[in-house]
Design a protein. Sequence first.
Length: 340
Amino acid sequence: MTVSEITPEQEKSGVAETLGFHRTVDRRLVHRASVAEVFVTGMERTGDLTFRSAAQLPLSHAYFNDHTGTPAVHDPLLLLEICRQASIYGAHAQLDIPLQTTFMVNDWSITLRHADALLVGPKPGELILGEVMTPTYDRRNRITALRFDITLHFGDQPVGEAHIRVSSAPTAQYASLRYMQRGSTPPMTSAFRSPGHRRDAEPPAGVGRGNPANVVLSETAFDARQGTLTAVLAPDYGNSGLFDHDYDHIPAMVLMEAARQSALLLTTHSATGGAAQGPGAITAFEASFSRFAELDAPVRVVAAFEARQEAPHRISVAFEQSDTTVAAIRTEVRPPAPAG
């Protein structure tokens, strides 16, 4: 569908099916509060359960472009966030899922290749995604879960694959579920914006960051004998790159960032005793989320090698809260260069 074929009804609903890079889609349909946090710029149907999406990658985002590694490459978590946005947009547009629906991530993964294609250039990157949706229905023919299988291309160059599996529920039903699980109404992130819990935050340079607000770990400790790293999750709840709107739990993307930072720290400490030119680079993520990470109890982060002698290193990161594992994330890390 071309721009000239957008109907008045589509414009009114915010669902404009055109593949291009000239404007972002309606922020509500990718579940974002700020237009600045929307990266998807269009969509076109290719079948009943398939579609393509376009997205523009920013050059100066305060979170996604705050990396000290050189040469600069597009953040894999930015690409995963674009996959999330495109998938939600496609579900609303193509399956007529109501706007007042909450999607809960069960698991997702992304694997990237062709590092040259991921280099940041002088212009914003232009990404094309191809997606296949697999919905799950209940006895009333309502969608209760969705799987998205995604391919990513820069121009004609394939650069990776991703998958996302979510459960869905009407937003009012989600609120009831959260109350039932906790036995109380969960607090919101707006109540945790005091920086007191970040007194022992990791220095940003150690995790390849320039801005301290993008550090999400505190109280880090490396055990050389065990080859493990432990930390306490301590994000800046005022960071709009991670908390675009108010949440009643720690969102999956914050856990992903914590997995990245702990994996990079573990790799750096293990390979060089902390004396490296900088942290390594993540080439793949695979994550599963078994429970909500609550805001009002500490989350312990434990990173350990799965395959230490191979390159890239494979590292598993567990998130523990109240003696329960709430998430498990596996990463592949390209080791850092030795100092000098």
